[in-house]
Design a protein around this ligand. Structure first.
Ligand code: PMP
Length: 357
């Protein structure tokens, strides 16, 4: 049976990307070599890296004030690499504690300097985005998580501030057009909207660098990675290649405008079904902050949760169990998920509601 893949990450990728990646494992573009066998300093790989970087900028409409890096370590590494590069020991960075991942970023940053948590939504289990806050004038930067994968909230407008904004976009990168020039650093693990696990994309406004006075180990130093063109050491070659294939797919499908259109369609269908079946399902997230990527909701009657999840499994729905600390149901609707999967899921919800009302 065809699976409907609602995994939160690693997650569904476009079929064409999987086919092209499989082909490149056999042989990359008539090179006589597998993509796994090419040296990272060969013209073959340099061309892959350069095209991937330039597609990131093209999709985000960014100019040469920005650099793109592909680095190891997952988004978690950025929780410490950002403050290591941007926050002096005696300086202050502003953080929005907007979910599980944001709070991890706070913890790591406090190892490097002062952290002012300017907004938190912990009081309501991170079920909303706290937008009422002020930022200390001298803050080195403001850190936000644009989409909270675990709790299912999303920033639908980015705060206006003169302070440089650093954004963890791991779970909504390339899902919508934004004014990306509002950000000084954007980072994301690739394993949701951008490809295979094993690589991060970083977008950095160059003028923000060079302001800290601590010694930075070379492998952690953004400036040194920029100078080395993301090739300081062996990059995760295959993950970069899959990112390139996914970026090409996004562009060919109509870019971020089209990705947003599809996301809205999928999310509207799912949320309107949850709301219409409010005797059976309930979503705790504030409506205005609902994520278009990850919808988190619950069974009104907690004893219905296991049978509902079982029913999903029987019907080929993968990855719908909520995060371990949150519970309930989480449906991830990344770029590659077809509307048809959401439609099949909502039919199942209706069926379940009818039989269990
Ligand atoms: N930030 C966000 C918003 C995430 O969703 C995740 C992972 N799901 C991370 C950070 C951590 O990413 P990684 O596992 O790549 O370190």
């Amino acid at each position: 049976m065809k699976k409907h893949n609602f995994n939160s990450g690693p997650s569904i990728l476009p079929t064409i990307v999987l086919q092209q990646a499989a082909q490149a494992i056999q042989e990359l573009d008539n090179t006589g070599l597998s993509v796994l066998e090419i040296g990272h300093r060969t013209p073959f790989f340099i061309a892959i890296m350069e095209e991937a970087k330039s597609l990131v900028k093209e999709l985000m409409l960014l100019d040469d004030a920005y650099e793109v890096l592909f680095l190891h370590g997952g988004a978690t590494t950025q929780f410490m690499q950002v403050p290591m590069n941007l926050l002096n020991q005696t300086a202050t960075a502003a953080y929005c504690d907007d979910g599980v991942w944001g709070s991890k970023a706070v913890k790591e940053a406090s190892l490097f300097g002062n952290v002012a948590v300017v907004a938190s939504s912990k009081d309501k289990n991170y079920t909303y985005i706290n937008k009422q806050f002020s930022i200390p004038e001298q803050a080195a930067y403001l850190h936000i998580t644009t989409n909270n994968t675990v709790e299912g909230t999303q920033w639908h407008s980015i705060p206006e501030t003169n302070v440089p904004i650093v954004a963890d976009m791991s779970s909504d990168i390339f899902s919508r057009p934004m004014n990306f020039k509002q950000f000084s650093v954007i980072y994301a693990g690739a394993q949701k909207n951008m490809g295979a696990a094993g690589v991060n994309v970083l977008v950095i406004k160059k003028e923000i660098l060079g302001k800290v006075n601590r010694p930075i180990p070379a492998i952690m130093d953004y400036q040194k990675h920029i100078e080395a063109g993301s090739l300081m050491n062996t990059p995760p070659v295959f993950a970069v290649y899959v990112a390139l294939l996914t970026l090409r797919w996004i562009k060919a499908e109509g870019g971020l405008v089209e990705m947003e259109k599809r996301s809205r369609e999928k999310a509207n269908l799912l949320y309107s079904t949850i709301d219409a079946l409010s005797d059976t399902f309930t979503a705790h997230v504030a409506k205005e902050d609902r994520s278009f990527m990850n919808a988190v909701f619950f069974l009104k009657n907690p004893t219905h949760e296991t049978p509902f999840l079982e029913l999903c499994k029987e019907n080929g729905m993968v990855g719908v169990k909520g995060y371990r600390t949150v519970g309930g149901v989480r449906v991830s609707m990344y770029n590659a998920l077809p509307l048809e999967s959401v439609a099949t899921f909502t039919e199942l919800m209706k069926d379940f509601a009818q039989k269990n009302s």
